[in-house]
Design a binder for this molecule. Structure first.
Ligand code: TXA
Ligand code: MG
Length: 322
């Protein structure tokens, strides 16, 4: 890990690290973010690895210009233009329908993507030079407080990031407000740095949908969890003979461990690499659910490192059907 002052040269170096798939912690006006190239699924998997989150939460894509929004999300509501005119750059995140280019691991399988343009010169310069939207959660490790200065990041993520850019302390100090925009409705998913009253002055009444786990300290675990539309079970919870005449999709870690050919088959990582497995998880589930199968059977993987988060997601999907 390198702790660098946010000078022009160091920002350029950090942008290069992002372009080559590395992790950079950087200051925003709200809290420090743990950034990776938001269009590179393997780089994004490294974020979850570094944070040691035992589950996948969808991530915010950070952009450096308002125009960049239309390259990653659908503008589906007239309020959007007013909101970004008034509040961007700033602590307001918009959840919108995602475009194809956004990898499934960024949205944790959801069809929506969260986007914001941070109001911080270092963040904007870094994103601009990286030339990509930057996926970044707050740069804390799981269940720890959000970092509002570079020292907090050093303490929590020390050797798990390639570069920490020190840009002093964060002016706002709490995470961004998150709005979910449907065609004719705007809901608040998280209260944060932009006051609801100010938002309502611009677009009128919004509905509040924050659940108990949507506070900035315990981010939205319950909201918008993707689950496949067809039943998902673990091999070791079923009698495989019961599926003899069914169309079975099978999801394995590094190889098919059964002497059976399945109607649909996916290997998360033939090399047995957890990062690659995480990067493929949601897109493989999407593919399988579109293949007219009766069931997806999953071979459990070892719960070390990212394996924990992968199994958490699969277990939640399996619970939905049990
Ligand atoms: O101020 C901030 O927003 C900071 C700085 C770094 O930008 N970022 C931040 O990210 O707080 P994070 O990952 O700690 O929190 C993002 C929240 C999560 O609670 C997540 O569930 C929610 O945004 N979120 C992201 N994408 C979503 C989506 N497609 N639908 C619903 N919620 C989403
Ligand atoms: Mg957070």
């Amino acid at each position: 890990m390198k702790l660098l002052k946010a000078t022009q040269n160091n920002i350029a170096q950090a942008a290069e690290v992002l372009r080559s798939g590395g992790l950079v912690a950087f200051p925003t006006e709200t809290v420090y973010g743990l950034g990776a190239d938001g269009l590179n699924p393997i780089a994004v998997a490294k974020i979850f690895e570094a944070k040691q989150r035992p589950s996948f939460n969808p991530l915010i894509l950070h952009i450096s210009s308002k125009d960049q929004l239309q390259t990653i999300a659908k503008i589906n509501n007239r309020a959007i233009v007013k909101l970004i005119e008034k509040f961007w750059p700033g602590p307001l995140t918009l959840v919108l329908p995602k475009l194809e280019i956004v990898p499934d691991i960024v949205t944790a399988g959801n069809s929506t993507v969260a986007v914001r343009m941070p109001d911080h010169p270092v963040a904007l310069e870094l994103i601009e030079q990286a030339g990509k939207p930057i996926a970044a959660p707050s740069a804390n490790s799981f269940s720890q407080l959000s970092p509002t200065c570079a020292e907090h990041v050093v303490k929590q993520l020390n050797n798990k990031v390639d570069i920490i850019l020190d840009g002093g302390s964060c002016a706002v100090g709490v995470e961004s407000t998150i709005l979910y925009l449907k065609e004719n409705k705007v809901s608040v998913l998280r209260h944060g740095g932009t006051a609801i009253e100010d938002i309502e002055k611009i677009i009128g009444k919004v509905s509040i949908e924050t659940g108990p786990s949507d506070s900035p300290l315990a981010p939205g675990q319950l909201y918008f969890h993707y689950a496949p539309k067809i039943p998902l079970r673990f091999f070791n919870d079923v009698n495989i003979m019961d599926y003899e005449f069914k169309k079975v999709g099978a999801l394995f870690f590094d190889r098919n461990r059964y002497n059976i050919e399945f109607s649909g088959e996916r290997i998360l990582s033939p090399k047995g690499n957890l990062r690659e497995a995480a990067a493929n998880l949601f897109s493989f589930l999407h593919e399988l659910e579109n293949e007219n199968l009766d069931v997806i059977l999953v071979d459990p993987i070892e719960e070390i490192g990212l394996g924990k988060a992968i199994m958490d997601r699969l277990r939640k999907a399996a619970n939905k059907f049990s």
